[in-house]
Design a protein around this ligand. Structure first.
Ligand SMILES: Cc1cc2nc3c(=O)[nH]c(=O)nc-3n(C[C@H](O)[C@H](O)[C@H](O)COP(=O)(O)OP(=O)(O)OC[C@H]3O[C@@H](n4cnc5c(N)ncnc54)[C@H](O)[C@@H]3O)c2cc1C
Ligand code: FES
Length: 311
């Protein structure tokens, strides 16, 4: 049975706390599947209604999904939140995913009314409140948290520039959804495919380079996609003096900073800041060499990671 959630709807745009100020506010909850359907090119869209007072997430955060026993996998699976709606006191979280292995294939078998356990919202999301033109860059199914970000910006009537790249036109999964959300705020959408079957032939870096010429003002990049694409976006941003925030996916276990299973290599700058800021209990935040993706990420500023060591 679904109970009303107590969490108030926060501002659609979030404040990014510094490391010293940041405190996690996640909880564990049982959710019910309310919608689960094909979403094109082997992907699925999943809506879960959450049954307890979970904090309403912001774009870029994720949850850990744990299949209710008997489950073929022991550990939960992390999933970006593609949408969050609080309607008449009920929180619905949406996910866009590909069934790639045992965990996600088992998830794909759930039907309406089935129960699933979740932990969240976890991690730190995109700092959408930063001034400058927001540029959302999606690679393939990395589009999931950026659909949420596009809606959050539209709710603030803030137009953005959305760059969407994939290998082929079929893999521009969620394109119609992106168009619908962007139309609410008069935002721009630019597409690129490796094979040229839709939009510009090439990758999102070409679109970004073009944007630099047409939008001379400050650009703030928010991106999610394969790590190699994120690395290219980060290096571009660092070269051109633009701010960029990249949602990283690493293998995770606990999702809460305890197991040390999701290290991301810090840059020199991040190491120095970590030393300055860490409080009396640094355990959630990794160490000088490595940040934990689940607690300091999954969204990292380009300058905070050592891209020579990111895998
Ligand atoms: C913060 C975060 C957010 C994420 N958000 C999403 C999301 O929104 N949508 C989504 O589909 N996935 C997302 N993922 C990835 C998702 O958690 C993994 O796909 C999932 O853990 C795989 O679990 P599995 O049990 O199905 O596969 P496993 O049994 O763990 O792996 C089986 C095989 O699949 C391969 N595999 C694992 N992950 C991927 C992958 N992402 N792509 C291709 N092959 C893979 C493995 O290398 C292995 O060969 C996210 C991960 C993180 C860390
Ligand atoms: S997954 Fe356990 S510390 Fe990040």
């Amino acid at each position: 049975m679904t109970r009303a959630v107590t969490a108030p709807r926060p501002s659609a745009l979030q404040t990014r706390a510094s490391l010293a100020e940041y405190r996690p506010t996640w909880s564990q909850a049982i959710a019910r599947v309310t919608r689960h359907e094909d979403y094109g090119a082997g992907h699925r869209w999943l809506d879960l209604e959450v049954s307890s007072g979970m904090t309403v997430p912001v774009a870029g955060q994720f949850v850990q999904l744990l299949l209710v026993a008997p489950s073929p996998v022991l550990l939960p699976r992390p999933m970006s939140i593609a949408d969050a709606k609080l309607t008449r006191g009920r929180l619905t979280l949406s996910f866009l995913y590909a069934p790639v292995g045992t965990g996600t294939q088992s998830l794909a078998a759930l039907g309406p009314g089935d129960a699933i356990e979740l932990l969240g919202p976890l991690g730190r999301g995109y700092p959408l409140e930063e001034s400058g033109t927001p540029v959302l860059i999606a690679g393939g199914r990395g589009v999931a948290p950026l659909l949420f970000a596009a809606d959050a910006l539209a709710a603030q009537s803030r137009p953005c520039v959305f760059l969407f790249g994939a290998r082929t036109r079929e893999l521009l999964v969620g394109l119609d959804d992106a168009k619908r959300r962007l139309s609410k705020s008069g935002s721009e959408l630019h597409l690129a495919t490796d094979d040229g079957s839709r939009g510009t032939r090439g990758n999102v870096l070409l679109l970004l380079e073009r944007l630099r010429r047409t939008h001379p003002g400050p650009l703030v990049i928010h991106s999610c996609g394969p790590h190699r694409m994120l690395e290219a976006v980060a290096r571009w941003a660092l070269t051109h003096g633009r701010r960029a925030h990249l949602a990283m996916e690493s293998v995770m276990a606990c999702g809460t900073g305890v197991c040390r299973g999701c290290p991301m290599p810090r840059s020199e700058e991040s190491r120095r800041r970590f030393d300055r800021e860490r409080g009396t209990s640094p355990s959630l935040y990794g160490n000088q060499e490595y940040a934990m993706c689940c607690t300091e990420g999954p969204v990292f500023a380009a300058a905070d990671l050592d891209w020579d060591r990111v895998e």
